[in-house]
Design a binder for this molecule. Structure first.
Ligand SMILES: *Cc1c(COP(=O)(O)O)cnc(C)c1O
Length: 503
């Protein structure tokens, strides 16, 4: 199977090339040229398979330049052997929320307690193999600018992976105390972490500059290294996300909650549009889905877009209690537009150019019609998010994190606004509540929260009894390994220092 580019009719690459390169030379995104179609018999077969076997089947159909053995090895390294607690990387929890019965797809049983692990545990293995396939024997140097969850998940994914080095930059005052502690205590011989005196944009701009700096590139080249990307638009990060939607459906069949072929609704708390795009691709491949429900926080640019066809990032930016969804440019939307225009790369690049120049574009009537058929979109503010955490906890004793709560709230709106009452719902739960312990504790019992994330973790546990994940429980006792801070102008020097490379 080959991969096409969303902005250029002629470009065509292999899966290995798409993953190794990350983004096309003109800024477009790689998409598979065809999608496999799974009928009821495939779902039946997958129903009795393990998560790793389900992943093998789906990855194999897209990565046709990998052998079955290579794929099995990658999947086992990512999802086998205690990497995800509890034995199932993506289990379902059946919860009576007070307003509905829902199936929460818990994607946070991995090493960093947020759903980015689902892809970032696999990507390093896909990436190193892809580099070999395109005849590169260089060490891949990964640079990441992070506003929180991605940096830690990338560090854990690349930790100890042969042929890779990773360095993460985060804004000194722009991540939570918990996220900072998770990163500064990171283990592994091929990792480094540095705080930046500035905001996330400064970190991001600095990383992009180093990536394209000719002198740095030459210095790496001389030392048998090259830059590579673990960015969320890499096909190698999207593909692993398709797997858990099929897996969830198979688990529902197995539990007797849906009949093979019966439609479900999927509710996704959305930021960069990656997770919900994977659900769209699953539907396109034959997963019986009625509506894709796109849940946003106060940064509701996607809600407006899916309702009106106008994408407009010229609006106030809100820092919310669901920070991983505080995004105004949802990069992966480009792949959906490519699909819905019948793969019209000229049209898509026109819109993307308008977005870059004016911050706004409007899709045509045909695309808007398709969007409205596929999606329901809604949003809620922080007060409603907190109310939902409290309400769901009161009704069910289930503790949801601030991102999952946005999805639950928007699903409640969907039920109130539509006639669709009987379709079973899978609500995607993207983070463990202890990762955002202070906001969650404030929602559950306002008076008990104090000015310390770690203390709030203990209090939340005392009140709710919800188990504290091992990686969070261990944090307090871990030595800080990376205390350094640098100004944005010195980022290049710290990269060269960590690689022990002279310019
Ligand atoms: C990244 C993230 C999201 C948003 O996912 P997208 O794929 O960017 O839409 C939601 N919740 C959590 C906890 C995240 O880390």
């Amino acid at each position: 199977m080959n991969y096409k580019c969303t902005r250029n009719e002629t470009e065509q690459v292999s899966a290995a090339q798409a993953i190794a390169q990350g983004i096309s030379s003109d800024g477009g995104l790689f998409v598979p040229e065809t999608f496999p179609k799974y009928d009821a018999s495939v779902l039946d077969a997958l129903q009795n398979a393990s998560y790793i076997e389900r992943a093998e089947r789906i990855l194999g159909d897209f990565l046709t330049d990998f052998t079955a053995e290579e794929i099995r090895d990658c999947a086992e390294k990512a999802y086998g052997d205690g990497k995800f607690s509890g034995g199932h990387p993506a289990p379902l929890a059946s919860v009576q929320t007070g307003f509905a019965q829902v199936n929460l797809l818990e994607l946070w049983h991995g090493p960093t307690c947020a759903f980015k692990d689902m892809a970032l545990q696999l990507l390093p293995h896909l990436l190193t193999r892809s580099l070999r396939k395109i005849q590169s024997d260089k060490t891949a140097v990964i640079l990441v600018a992070t506003s929180g969850d991605t940096g830690k998940a990338a560090l854990e994914g690349f930790k100890g992976v042969d042929g890779t080095r990773i360095m993460v930059f985060y804004p000194q005052n722009g991540v939570s105390a918990m996220q900072k502690l998770q990163m500064t205590t990171q283990e592994g011989g091929n990792v480094a972490v540095c705080a930046i005196e500035g905001n996330f944009d400064d970190a991001q701009t600095g990383v992009k500059k180093i990536f394209t700096d000719a002198e740095t590139k030459a210095a790496l080249e001389r030392n048998g290294m090259m830059f590579s990307s673990a960015n969320s638009i890499n096909w190698g990060r999207l593909l692993p996300q398709i797997v858990y939607y099929f897996s969830a459906y198979c688990d529902l069949m197995k539990a007797g909650k849906v009949q093979n072929g019966q439609e479900i609704n999927i509710v996704v708390p959305t930021g960069n549009f990656g997770n919900i795009l994977a659900a769209y691709y699953a539907k396109k491949m034959g997963l019986p889905v009625h509506k894709l429900i796109c849940a946003s926080n106060a940064n509701n640019v996607l809600t407006e877009f899916l309702r009106t066809g106008v994408y407009d990032r010229n609006r106030r930016f809100f820092a919310t209690i669901s920070p991983s969804m505080d995004i105004l440019v949802s990069s992966n939307l480009e792949r959906l537009l490519y699909d819905l225009t019948g793969r019209d790369s000229a049209k898509v690049s026109g819109w993307m150019q308008q977005l870059a120049e004016t911050g706004r574009y409007e899709v045509d009537a045909a695309v808007l019609h398709a969007l409205r058929g596929l999606f329901y979109a809604g949003f809620c503010d922080d007060t409603q998010t907190a109310e939902t955490i409290g309400g769901v906890y009161q009704s069910s004793h289930y503790v949801s994190d601030t991102h999952t709560a946005v999805a639950l709230r928007v699903y409640q709106q969907y039920l109130a606004e539509t006639e669709d009452q009987g379709t079973p719902a899978v609500v995607v739960s993207t983070a463990n509540p202890y990762k955002f312990a202070t906001s969650v504790l404030l929602a559950v019992d306002h008076a008990k929260a104090v000015d310390s994330d770690l203390e709030n973790v203990r209090t939340l546990h005392e009140i709710t009894g919800a188990p504290i994940p091992q990686p969070i429980a261990e944090l307090a006792g871990k030595p800080v390994r990376f205390a350094q801070t640098c100004i944005a102008g010195d980022m290049k020097r710290s990269v060269l220092e960590m690689l022990d490379v002279e310019e």
